[in-house]
Every structure is written in structure tokens, then in C-alpha cells.
Design a protein around this ligand. Structure first.
Ligand code: UDX
Length: 458
């Protein structure tokens, strides 16, 4: 079959995989290839067990794979053979050198830019899809124009806003798609080609076009604003606990103001995930770099409050359980950074478990999806950790339950049955405010929620 255009996604992870799958499904006359240097990951994309768990994704892959969607490890040949290249490689926070712990590690990204330059034999549109520090497009352009080839490369920024667990519906029906380009003749022409792809399934008004720097920055700012809302409500949860107010009631009252809105106002043990912390620290780093220390510390405080919320949670467990956890068994209910994913990156459960272990508690971890990742995250930890799939089994003989992930099934557990199998007095620390606290209190638990008065018997 002759395809109208040939599209390549470099990087078959959480962003590259699902977003390329969606393009293939919506544009059957375009050929979409996804490449990755990791052969196991590509083999998984070619198998029945995809490396990314997203509801609805399997069905779309089955429909498109082999038709106009292909997965390959041959990065160089595919660069040569494709016209439009989405760069979706990961850009984790640097762990070494200048900006360690803050700036984005751009080594994979730069390697990709150089590979594109080396292997291109015809004009390419190169699209930044991974979240990157602002002005990366400029560096990309510099690399791409550093050779002596007479090939034009147009660099665009098209950041991805999908969230994990809802990737398919977010991609199918996003609030908006953002496309930034240079405002030159060739930049605008490249922009039009990308707009054309998205208009296959989205109304034109949902596609925002802008200059390239605005597009790059908007991604960081969107995540920073979302995280800031979570930290704002979490900071208020601390006050609620002191003032006998209920943070859910406050969030509801505040969020019904249409200027504020109700989303991302759920108090809990803090945000996790691969994006929020990374993107804010990146923003902070950029502000410092550009000589804006006040702006940097404003955004840094969003991350500090997130850490404070986790410290508070542990301090409360310790204090409520008579200031000692040594030898006590704590059941950690949920390890994923949010429900409906097996992803544990930056999950608050990691730092909280470490702190429980530091207090010499015995930790039993349960999670419907994330146990394998939890075991990797905690591989270096000394102490007594067990991983148990069945939550009832995990809770048996424990002194306390600590809810870390808002899994729907944890709302519906038979807490009476669980209570009976636990050591008394039994404690329930609900880090996600999902259990029926009054009912659990009536059953016999001492119940501690986030931002609500504790329900205790002493
Ligand atoms: C986020 C952005 O939503 C998405 O647009 C971007 O592309 C990537 O980063 P994701 O990390 O998948 O997506 O998760 P999200 O659903 O945003 O949740 C992030 C964290 O915030 C989770 O740990 C979640 O539990 C927490 N959260 C969210 C709260 O604690 N309270 C809330 O009200 C909302």
C-alpha cells in the first residue's frame, strides 16, 4: 500500500507508544513506525502483552499493528525512511553534575538529534513531544544545522498532556492540542502539516498554534499549575486538622466557584508520577538560570509542600501509635502513584515506606498492579518488607493500615473482616481519603484521614 505520509516516533515509552498508536488509528493512510533502542520494549509492543498498561490501548494496537503501525529497533533506517519524526525519548531529572536533581537530563534527546542529522537524506519535520526545558528547540535546530548537508529540518513543539490511566481517552478527546513552530514560511508550512494530522479527529478550534517557545513553556506551566493546586489544598489540609475543619468540605466549597473549578483539589499524601516534580524542578532551574530567584522559590515551594505532606503523614502515624513503630506491622494499601496504573515513579508510597522502615516497622505492601515495580523501588532497602497480592492477606496480623493509592477496590474492602484479623488497637491512616471513615470507626478502627478530625477511642 502507498502511504500518504510516513511518520516516525522515536521512544516507545508512556508518551511515544500511546500517542503514535492514536495517530495510526486515526490516520489509516499514514504509516506510523515507533522505534526504540530497547529490543525488549519493542518485542513487547509487538506481542500480546504491551509494555504500557492503558485501558483501551490493546484494542487499538490490535486493529492497527501490521496495517499502518509498526514497531522496530532500527532507529537509523527508520530516520532515513520517514518524513515526520516525533521525538519521544525520556528526559529524566539529571542525577549528576551541574543541575543534578533539578535540570532535565538531555543526553538521550541530544543523541537522537545527532542521529537524525546523520541519517537524514531528505527534509524532515522534527517534533518535540517529550517535555523539555524551554529553548530546547533552539539547541535542536543548532545540532540539525551543524552538518554540511543541504537538508531542511523544521523543528516543532507539540507537548503531550495526556495523563496515565486515561491516555486513550485523553488522546482521543483532549482539551487541546498545542503546536508551536517558528513563524517563518517553512515553520508555518510544517505547522500546517501537523495541524492536518490532528484535524483528522479533532475540531480545528481545539488545536492551538503558537510560537515555539510558548509551546515549550506551556507544558511545564500546565503541570506546575496542576501540582500547585494539589499542594495548595494539601497545605490547607494541615490547617483543617488543627481547626477541626474538613478539607473535602472546604475543597468543595472553594471549587464550586467557577473561577477556581473543582478539579485537582483532592487532598492526600501528595502528588507523584513522572511529570509533576520533574517539570516543576525544571521550571525552578530555568528561573534560577535566568536570574529570577523569587519566581524560582515560589514554584519550589510546591515541591516542598509535597514533601511536607508526606513527613506529616509519617509523623502522625508515629505519634498516634504511641511514638514507636519498631517491630509493628504496617500494611501499605497501594503503591502506585495513583489508581489505575502500575507506575510507581515518584510515588509518595516510596518515601513513606522508607520512613516506616527507618522506624523499624515491618511493612507489608499490597497493590493490584504495582507490586513488581514496588519491589524494584525498594530493592536496596534493609528491613522487613513483604509483598502480598491479596489485601486481606496483607492486612492480617498488622497493627495499622496506611492507604497510599486511591484504588477503587480499596473503598469497597470488607473492613470488618480486615479489622477482625488485625492486632488491636487497630489503626487506619487514610492517605487518600477514600474509606468510609465513620463506618470504619464504628467497626473499631482509630481512623486518621487527611485534613479531617481524627476519629479515635482514646
Ligand atoms: C500529569 C498531568 O495530568 C498530565 O497532563 C501530564 O501530561 C503528565 O502529568 P499524571 O502524572 O499521569 O499526569 O497524573 P495525574 O492524574 O495528573 O496525577 C498526578 C498526581 O497528583 C497523582 O499522584 C495524584 O494522586 C495526585 N493528585 C491529583 C492529587 O493528590 N489530588 C488531586 O486532586 C489530583
Amino acid at each position: 500500500m502507498k502511504f500518504k505520509k510516513k511518520i516516525l516516533g522515536i521512544g516507545a515509552g508512556y508518551v511515544g507508544g500511546p500517542s503514535m498508536v492514536m495517530i495510526a488509528s486515526k490516520c489509516p493512510d499514514y504509516r506510523v513506525t515507533v522505534v526504540d533502542v530497547n529490543p525488549e520494549r519493542i518485542a513487547a509492543w509487538n506481542s500480546d502483552r504491551l509494555p504500557v498498561y492503558e485501558p483501551g490501548l490493546d484494542a487499538i494496537v490490535k486493529k492497527t499493528r501490521g496495517r499502518n503501525l509498526f514497531f522496530s529497533t532500527d532507529v537509523e533506517a527508520q530516520i532515513q525512511d520517514n518524513d515526520i519524526i516525533f521525538v519521544c525519548v525520556n528526559t529524566p531529572t539529571k542525577t549528576f553534575g551541574a543541575g543534578a536533581g533539578m535540570a532535565a537530563d538531555l543526553q538521550y534527546w541530544e543523541k537522537t538529534a545527532r542521529q537524525i542529522l546523520e541519517n537524514a537524506k531528505s527534509p524532515k519535520i522534527v517534533i518535540e513531544k517529550s517535555t523539555l526545558p524551554i529553548k530546547t528547540a533552539q539547541a535542536m535546530e543548532r545540532i540539525l544545522s551543524s552538518g554540511n548537508k543541504k537538508i531542511t529540518f523544521d523543528v516543532l513543539s507539540n507537548p503531550e498532556f495526556m495523563a496515565e490511566g486515561t491516555a486513550v481517552s485523553d488522546l482521543e478527546n483532549p482539551d487541546r492540542v498545542l503546536i508551536g513552530s517558528r513563524e517563518t514560511k517553512s515553520g508555518l508550512a510544517a505547522r500546517a502539516q501537523l495541524v492536518e494530522i490532528y484535524t483528522r479527529w479533532l475540531p480545528r478550534e481545539k488545536i492551538i498554534t503558537s510560537n515555539i517557545w510558548s509551546a515549550e513553556l506551556s507544558k511545564l506551566v500546565a503541570n506546575a499549575f496542576l501540582a500547585q493546586r494539589v499542594s495548595s489544598i494539601n497545605s490547607i489540609s494541615a490547617l483543617c486538622e488543627k481547626a477541626d475543619a474538613d478539607v473535602s468540605e472546604v475543597a468543595h466549597a472553594v471549587g464550586t466557584d467557577s473561577r477556581i473549578g473543582s478539579k485537582f483539589l483532592k487532598a492526600g499524601i501528595g502528588f507523584g508520577g513522572s511529570c509533576f516534580k520533574k517539570d516543576i524542578l525544571n521550571l525552578v532551574y530555568l528561573c534560577r538560570f535566568y536570574g529570577l530567584p523569587e519566581v524560582a522559590s515560589y514554584w519550589e515551594s510546591v515541591v516542598r509542600i509535597n514533601e511536607y505532606q508526606q513527613d506529616r503523614f509519617i509523623a502522625n502515624i508515629l505519634q498516634s501509635m504511641f511514638n514507636t513503630l519498631a517491630g509493628k506491622k504496617i500494611c501499605v494499601l497501594g503503591f502506585a502513584f495513583k489508581a489505575d496504573t502500575g507506575d510507581t515513579r515518584e510515588s509518595p508510597a516510596i518515601s513513606i515506606t522508607r520512613k516506616l522502615l527507618a522506624e523499624r516497622a515491618e511493612v507489608v505492601i499490597t497493590d493490584p498492579q504495582a507490586l513488581a515495580n514496588a519491589a524494584v523501588d525498594l530493592a536496596q532497602e534493609k528491613g522487613n518488607i513483604r509483598y502480598v497480592e491479596d489485601p486481606y492477606e496483607a492486612a492480617r496480623g498488622c497493627h495499622a493500615l496506611a492507604v497510599m493509592t486511591d484504588w477503587e477496590e480499596y473503598r469497597k474492602l470488607d473492613y470488618r473482616k480486615i479489622y477482625k484479623s488485625m492486632v488491636k488497637p487497630a489503626f487506619l491512616f487514610d492517605g487518600r481519603n477514600i474509606v468510609d471513615r465513620r463506618k470504619c470507626f464504628e467497626i473499631g478502627f482509630n481512623v486518621f484521614s487527611i485534613g479531617k478530625p481524627a476519629l479515635t477511642r482514646y
